[in-house]
Design a protein around this ligand. Structure first.
Ligand code: 4VN
Length: 323
């Protein structure tokens, strides 16, 4: 049986960082409020880079370290809700910059679950046999779609990108997944509404172009659905919690991840977190965390890890990976 093996982890962050005290100078907030409610202390914000620039840096590192020729990549899938353009899509910009001229390329918009959804789609192309090598990225410049006058959301988000390489293999790789959407709660977290500017259009704007979140509703959703999803993956795959080396959750908010850990009765050491330094980078948060774990030597061959994304859509997705 063909399995999709994951063989590299890299990320790219904008060099410029902003502390909670810096934010307190532009909106009515404080370091105490932000750090106690979210766990965030600093975040990287772009001063001149767009989503594609960050994705290209992460992708270049991936190909270089693996020794893959750019022409050997068959597919680029890029999870993002903050692309440079509606078209050409970010994945095509990455293709051009790297010279992956044999790849077919598209972005996938599933907000904070976007990277896991992208892994799942790439996995299906690999299993179907047409794709041998895939580049899967998650990248966001959320600062572009943040309402900088909304103190409840502008303190949460950060910019960055990360990604992995996937290859058809006989062993290891993506073992099990659980993926869901609930459009009935979609209005709890919106961004990017565009009002039709045609001279014939009579409708009123329905929503904001910026990120707008009902924090309590999204908090309740995440703490209810994510533990359920993780339990489903463990049951479906016949895996015990003791056999999981790490759980890498979307870095949305430390308090949410603490509740999820408590509900799963899983020890805190299993959860990798970097939200204090990175903030919430939506679809980029899981691959950025994986790259940091790899850099620290935490990801060892044969280890089983769980990754889980949740957010806008609403969408949520959990995956069991053997390294
Ligand atoms: C997934 C989640 C969140 C999120 C939801 C709520 C929240 C982040 C609400 C309470 C508030 C502090 C902040 Cl679960 C966001 C995304 C978008 O990436 C995805 N923070 N909070 C408070 O007052 O304590």
């Amino acid at each position: 049986m063909i399995i999709s093996r994951i063989i590299g982890f890299e990320s790219a962050l904008p060099p410029f960082t902003v502390t909670n005290d810096d934010l307190a100078k532009i909106v009515d907030t404080s370091d105490e409020w932000i750090s106690s409610r979210t766990g965030i202390r600093t975040r990287h914000l772009t001063a001149d880079q767009n989503t594609s620039d960050l994705c290209i840096i992460a992708a270049e590192k991936l190909l270089k370290k693996a020794g893959w020729a750019p022409e050997s990549v068959d597919l680029i899938v890029l999870g993002s809700v903050s692309p440079d353009y509606t078209t050409p899509r970010t994945a095509c910009l990455v293709q051009e910059a790297l010279g992956c001229k044999n790849a077919f390329c598209f972005d996938l918009a599933a907000a904070c679950s976007g990277f896991i959804y992208s892994l799942s789609v790439a996995d299906k192309f690999i299993k179907a046999g047409g794709v041998k090598r895939a580049l899967v990225l998650g990248g966001e410049t959320l600062s572009k779609i943040t309402d900088w006058s909304d103190r409840s959301t502008c303190v949460l988000f950060g910019d960055g990108a990360g990604g992995v390489l996937m290859e058809a293999s006989e062993e290891g790789g993506i073992l099990c997944e659980d993926i869901h959407s609930d459009g009935s709660k979609g209005m709890a977290l919106t961004a990017g509404y565009r009002t039709n500017k045609s001279p014939y259009y009579k409708g009123e704007p329905k929503s904001s172009e910026f990120i707008d979140m009902n924090g309590r509703e999204v908090f309740t959703f995440a703490t209810r659905k994510v533990p359920e999803s993780i339990k489903t993956v463990l049951e479906k795959s016949g895996t015990a919690m003791e056999d999981i080396r790490y759980i890498v959750l979307h870095q949305a908010n430390t308090r949410i991840n603490d509740v999820i850990a408590r509900k799963l009765k899983a020890p805190a050491e299993k959860f990798f977190t970097n939200i204090d330094r990175i903030g919430n980078t939506s679809g980029a948060s899981v691959p950025i965390a994986l790259a940091e774990m790899n850099e620290k030597g935490l990801l060892k061959k044969g280890d089983k890890i769980l990754i889980s994304g949740f957010g806008g859509g609403l969408t949520w997705a959990t995956m069991l990976i053997e390294l």
